[in-house]
Design a protein around this ligand. Sequence first.
Ligand code: R5P
Length: 280
Amino acid sequence: MDWGMKNRFSRIIRPQDGRCLMLAVDHGYFLGPTERLEDARKTIAPLLPHADSLMLTRGILRNCVPAERDVPIVLRVSGGTSIIGEDLSKETITTSIEEAIKLNVSCLALSIFVGSKYEHQTLASLAKLVDEGEKYGIPVLAVTAVGKEMARDARYLGLACRIAAELGAHVVKTYYCENFEKVVEGCPVPLIIAGGKKLPELDALKLAYDSIQHGASGVDMGRNIWQSDHPVAMVKAVKAIVHNDADVKEAYNIFLKEREKTKTEPQKAPKALSQTASFD
Ligand code: R5P
């Protein structure tokens, strides 16, 4: 890795412990105003001090994150589809490398849809993005998007993650599954896991813990943090698992303690989350 690539990569996967707590707030790029992310500025602000990096689109970056904040940015540069459109897998590159450089991002993120109708298009986009990232020293995060019809098991995820790494991705985001160590074993670059649909806090912490125990380098978590009634308490608890080797019980105690401390007024309960479930 050249110096620029190494420097940016170290802002994503922290060299101190080889771990990463990425806060995902990019959901609107195909879901629109997702529950609890309607006012992204408000959702992001209290969580910023606790996240290692922020994953989002250029629109939300420009409008909802102060440029003065020194938070590493993972820029989602793929999209072009919507939840009500023809086929979610028909993604393309939506943001140029020049724009990413102007925005001073630390990493580029793009979804691949292995096994879908538009598999080839998304894999070719990944290869192109890696070429551009390599040229300017910007690492690429490949997101293994899983269609409704795909089994989210070690065989499928192992295939998708390995292909992403073979095409040159520097980090891969995937889902935790049974026999996750098999997925890790077959992927030569760091794997981070998405949180997925909102779970009870204890279950989400268990998911983060199990992932780390079985070889994940961290999390790229969204809904399980900001759809919690106590998002700051939740991000602190996840951070304890990712960076301080807390177990589930210790992390949950942190959540409970922080929940009391912040005395956050619970927002209204999330609506049926089915609107955000279709890409899970
Ligand atoms: C999906 O690919 C989105 O890009 C999200 O960034 C990702 O799913 C992580 O968010 P969550 O933890 O809510 O699943």
